[in-house]
Write a protein that binds this ligand. Structure first.
Ligand SMILES: [Zn+2]
Ligand SMILES: [Zn+2]
Length: 174
């Protein structure tokens, strides 16, 4: 079915012999990503990924590539932010080994859980801080207003103290 998002790849049905490879270009549905207490969604709701498979020996080697564009709140000021990056991830899965390094967590019973891999690879590809702009000034620690386009004079709260805080200041000065 063309255009229908794929999440599971049945490896047995590809019937690749040793030394053979295949390339699949697939639409994949990406669930919203939870990062730093915020939620990020792919632009347009879906992704187009390229999956290269090969059978070097017993098992599979995979390479997953796709452009990732997500949108959500800036982690400092909560205004709109977007990230654009390229994901390039690899996995190996050797079937007859006890070596955990050679088993892929995304392969179970000859099925590749592409949806989960795409999700995890997306999270790994995103920066720790998603910001509306690199030098985002965040929110004023006193009044909570965004500082990016604010007049700095408007946030010199010491010269114009909020009356609610004056009592506290008096206490501190004692
Ligand atoms: Zn920001
Ligand atoms: Zn302020």
């Amino acid at each position: 079915m063309a255009g229908r998002p794929t999440t599971i790849i049945d490896l047995a049905r590809l019937s690749l012999s040793h030394g053979e490879g295949a390339r699949l270009d697939l639409p994949v549905r990406l669930e919203p990503l939870e990062l730093g207490g915020q939620t990020y969604v792919p632009r347009g709701g879906g992704l187009q990924v390229r999956l290269d498979l090969s059978r070097p020996s017993s098992g599979f080697a995979f390479r997953l590539r796709f452009p990732l564009h997500v949108e959500g709140p800036c982690m400092r000021c909560l205004e709109d932010a977007a990230v654009e990056t390229e994901v390039d991830a690899r996995e190996v899965d050797q079937s007859d080994t006890d070596d955990e390094e050679l088993r892929s967590p995304y392969v179970v019973d000859d099925e590749l859980d592409l949806g989960r891999w795409v999700h995890d690879a997306s999270i790994l590809a995103l920066p720790n801080q998603i910001l509306c702009r690199e030098d985002c000034a965040g929110l004023c620690p006193v009044c909570g207003e965004p500082l990016n386009d604010a007049d700095p004079a408007a946030h010199e709260h010491d010269t114009a103290p909020d009356p609610r805080w004056s009592k506290l200041r008096e206490l501190k000065l004692e």
